[in-house]
Design a protein around this ligand. Structure first.
Ligand code: BDP
Length: 653
């Protein structure tokens, strides 16, 4: 059973350091913040487990040392084991830090047998978490917008926390799964938070100081209207000289406070946030304004592509919300500065349990892109339901816009909206930690098998766990995304959630609102016609072969059918079932699977630390209740709309 004191340590409980800490370790990490971390981690592990940090020249079981290896970059490292010595080399201290955590992950395996030299380096340069944290508690959204893990890790009582120990522990967890960037405030920048950029930058600097030793650069969400709301200028027009000067000066001061500041995150002209459209300027003009201010210091602007009009109904094909990001941004390809990164949600809508990959990814070859996913489970059970998102993210990362199978690079970065908060288990649902960990590891290596990453998380978090616990955890997590999909909105149609907070079912909750999130169910059929021939034309935003695959209901994958097509209830899927029978069956199955997962968890009570077991058990009660509610609402709704009875006689009017 895990030591209760280790709950806070998540996937870095002290026992995870046993193999490293019981060895003779020689470390030449040099000087600097991350080198300091390498030294202190090793010293602490050795003190705990009886190993020794030995001086240069002495015999050692583990050597960590600098080396000049071509192409490693400052985060890569090499790993090998020969003649009884395990050696990690890197060209910089960051690489040594990642190398150390690699050895920790391997445990005893790192000290067994011989291993030829392996080169490890991150596939993506930016591996980032965006925190949607408000400094002040927002009257509607609370402190953390779409946060399901308590309050903010960074902010309390209207300012940066005085005690940043937990931020330090967080930084350590993030480094151990490869994350190297954090944005510390909400993309919706409210009045209080706007000041973090100027008179309150010292608070951001205090957080940056604590994250730096873990190789994490701090970023800030800023409002495009900052020159007006903070600088008192009459305009925020990106082409106005005074505006440019204001940003240059504000940014100079930011770097005075935080020398390695990562840059800005901007949500502009979206859901009420100000942006360049107000001045008749393009989003490239907007992004380049901030890019120019950051450029002298090596900073980056992450400019979000989540731009759509949320106050329109479905008037004509051009108002399909799925089209918006592509329509807005593809004409601007090639016009963004080299240090501007367009941050694109992985799907065209908004973090639904099933969406196609955004056609914008792959359509902007001359623009740097980062893909954004949502670890916080806004639409996937809000950390009351277990929903491990590894397979979903992996599918998105493996998608090739041109249908090829090559692992060509799609983006420079991967960003997740963080699911962590000041909750004792970090993520509200203790098992949601697996999402955070998997995100970091997939950002390091998007080609990794997510199930292997899950097993890695299980092993690290529960060192020495008996097989029954390992298997039980795997059973509960693996497949949980598919279970969630089964009992919620069917076949890629999305939403059907309660408006506002987005938890629980409401089939028509958004059906007649201006947000553009419709399912178009009537007595004859359901789904959104996004074909080029008869629908919104969204399918044509893809390159071949996908434009053709999605265009026809005959070739469209079942799981996306209702995203792309409006079909009759009797339409037969590739699975051989009709759409209506699929809806009935999956909703029954989804509930049964959730009940089964709850049963598996109950059976692990003797192996899991009681507080953690109780927290998960309580969440399972809610998940099963909510899954039944989804099943009953969705099935009754479609029974009544279609008049087609359940072939297995389970649903009644
Ligand atoms: C939506 C959330 C909203 C966010 C928005 C965004 O409901 O709270 O502000 O995304 O990404 O999913 O900006």
């Amino acid at each position: 059973m895990t030591d209760p004191g280790d709950i806070d340590a998540a996937w870095l409980p002290s026992a995870a350091f046993r193999a490293v800490g019981s060895r003779r370790v020689l470390v030449r990490a040099g000087e600097g913040p991350q080198a300091g971390t390498v030294h202190s981690e090793l010293a602490e592990a050795c003190a705990r487990f009886g190993g020794r940090v030995v001086p240069d020249g002495a015999d050692a079981d583990l050597v960590l040392a600098p080396a000049d290896v071509d192409g490693l970059g400052d985060e890569g490292f090499t790993f090998e084991r020969r003649g009884g010595t395990t050696t990690v080399t890197a060209s910089g201290q960051r690489g040594l830090l990642y190398g150390l955590f690699h050895v920790v992950r391997l445990g005893e395996d790192a000290f067994t047998g011989e291993r030829a030299r392996e080169v490890h380096r991150p596939a993506l340069a930016t591996r980032m978490l965006d925190h949607w944290d408000n400094v002040a508690v927002h009257p509607v959204m609370g402190q953390v917008e779409r946060g399901y893990a308590g309050g903010s890790l960074f902010w309390a009582d209207g300012r940066a926390r005085g005690d940043l120990d937990r931020v330090r522990a967080y930084g350590r967890l993030l480094a151990a799964c490869g994350i190297n960037a954090v944005a510390v405030n909400n993309v919706n920048v409210h009045a209080t938070e706007a000041h973090l950029l100027t008179d309150r930058i010292g608070e951001v600097a205090a957080i940056a100081d604590v994250l730096r030793p873990y190789g994490i650069r701090t970023h800030l969400s800023v409002t495009f209207a900052a020159p007006v709301v903070l600088g008192g200028l009459p305009t925020a027009d990106p082409l106005d000289e005074a505006v440019r000067t204001w940003w240059a000066e504000a940014t100079r001061r930011v770097y005075e406070a935080i020398g390695d500041f990562g840059g800005y995150v901007v949500k502009a002209d979206s859901e009420g946030q100000p942006g360049p459209f107000a001045y008749g300027r393009s989003h490239a003009d907007g992004a380049n304004l901030l890019a120019a201010a950051l450029e002298p210091y090596g900073g980056t602007v992450h400019w979000r592509a989540f731009v759509y009009d949320h106050r329109q109904d479905w008037r004509d094909r051009s108002t399909d919300r799925a089209r918006a990001a592509y329509d807005h941004f593809t004409p601007l390809d090639g016009r963004f500065a080299p240090n501007a990164v367009l941050q694109v949600k992985h799907g065209p809508m908004d973090f639904q349990v099933r969406e196609p990959v955004s056609p914008l990814i792959g359509a902007m070859p001359r623009t740097r892109l980062a893909v954004e996913v949502q670890a916080t489970q806004e639409y996937t059970g809000q950390q009351r339901h277990v929903c491990w998102l590894g397979p979903m993210w992996s599918e998105a990362l493996r998608f090739r816009p041109d249908g090829s199978v090559s692992a060509g690079r799609l983006a420079d970065g991967l960003v997740a909206v963080s699911n962590a908060g000041d909750d004792p288990f970090w993520t509200g649902h203790p098992l949601a930690q697996a999402n955070l960990y998997t995100f970091g590891r997939l950002a390091w290596d998007p080609a990794a098998d997510p199930r292997a990453v899950l097993d890695e998380w299980i092993a690290l978090t529960h060192p020495g766990a008996p097989e029954r616990l390992v298997d039980g955890l795997h059973a509960v997590l693996d497949g949980s995304w598919s279970t969630y999909e089964k009992y919620t909105a069917p076949l890629g149609v999305g939403f059907m959630v309660q408006p506002g907070h987005h938890y629980g079912p409401s089939v028509d909750g958004y059906e007649y609102s201006p947000w553009g999130t419709y399912h178009f169910a009537d007595r004859d059929g359901v789904g959104v016609d996004r074909s080029a021939a008869t629908g919104t034309g969204y399918a044509a935003q893809y390159a071949k072969p996908w434009s053709e695959v999605y265009e026809s209901p005959e070739t469209c994958p079942d799981e996306l059918l209702l995203f792309f097509h409006h079909v009759s209830y009797g339409h037969v899927l590739h699975s051989g079932k009709t759409v209506i029978q699929h809806i009935y069956d999956t909703h029954f199955e989804g509930v049964e699977e959730a009940e089964e997962a709850r049963r598996v968890w109950e059976g692990l009570a003797d192996l899991v630390e009681p507080a953690r077991h109780a927290r998960v058990a309580e969440r399972f009660e809610e998940q099963v209740r909510c899954a039944r509610e989804w099943r009953d609402q969705v099935n009754s709704y479609f029974l009544r709309k279609s008049g087609v009875p359940d072939g297995r006689g389970r649903t009644v009017y």
